[in-house]
Design a protein around this ligand. Sequence first.
Ligand SMILES: C[S@@+](CC[C@H](N)C(=O)[O-])C[C@H]1O[C@@H](n2cnc3c(N)ncnc32)[C@H](O)[C@@H]1O
Length: 340
Amino acid sequence: MPLRLLYCRAGFEGECAQEVTALGAGACDFTRDSGFVVAHAATNATTPLWRDLIFARQCLPVFAHAQAMPRNDRLTPIMAALAQRGETYAQVWTEAPDSDAGKALAPLCKSLGNALVGAMKKARLLDVAASRRLHAFFPQGDEVYLCAADPESCAPWPQGIPRLKFPREAPSRSTLKLEEAFLTLLDDNERTRWLTAGMSAVDLGAAPGGWTYQLVRRSIRVAAIDNGPMDRALMDSGLVTHRREDGFRYRPQKIVDWLVCDMVEQPRRVAELIAHWLQKGWCRRAIFNLKLPMKRRFDEAQQCLARVRAVAGTVRAKQLYHDREEITVFAASTGVRQRP
Ligand SMILES: C[S@@+](CC[C@H](N)C(=O)[O-])C[C@H]1O[C@@H](n2cnc3c(N)ncnc32)[C@H](O)[C@@H]1O
């Protein structure tokens, strides 16, 4: 039975498994807090695309799984599996889960990665023109999953984590959440077309301005809605209007290109608010956070997304690396508008 390997946030293995199973992509095995899930797919099942999954940071088809490898020679069983498959790869990534146990494996991944590249070069299994990337994933020191990934359909970052640098002048670390959302939920073409100078945005729950900062750095004008204070330098940009109002009551004067929302509120209330904006056509696109409850997180996410899908043309959702107990959602209007 084909195996699929999914990376996720440690503690969210259950939600990741629920999602994969609900999509008909197989029954899952996982250990809580391990940071990964293994799905046993039907022979003819397609591999879900990483972009389509909410709780998975990566989704890979497995072609070999080795356990109880000798700790003084892991290379021999790995090279034997590669020789048996006989495929060449453009790149090799050696990875471990994003978990406490996985962090301890970082030195092993580094040294084994170097040794593996050397051995694969010698065996002529590395070829820059090859169409796939090899992922060697170590859940523990003596166990490996080998996966052949099509880079077009998989997350383009090791461990499925975009390593973003915190911009010194940004007013809060939340800024990385919106930056990651732009990278993960939009493609290159959409980022070029939809994040351009002169556009307009509303930021609900904006203070102190981490999300507003991401818009302002792209020369987008922002109405920042929050009773809390906004960062002074951001206000000095001349692109921000700060309104001390309730985000649930605020209405835009004109249709805006973007609505972003990071208010800490019940997810259904936020989903209802965003659905209202999209239905009225007050914004063209939205990115918002849904803070998930402690229990039934998958079901809650599904219900909120269903509410937004009922009125939106496109909806994409992801638990980002910078998200904790929450998911981030992109939604685009169907194009029907009413005056605010
Ligand atoms: C997580 S913080 C936002 C951080 C911000 N996105 C950033 O990057 O700096 C949540 C904000 O939502 C605001 N907030 C919560 N409920 C609100 C409401 N009903 N209307 C407006 N703002 C609200 C809070 O005052 C708080 O500043």
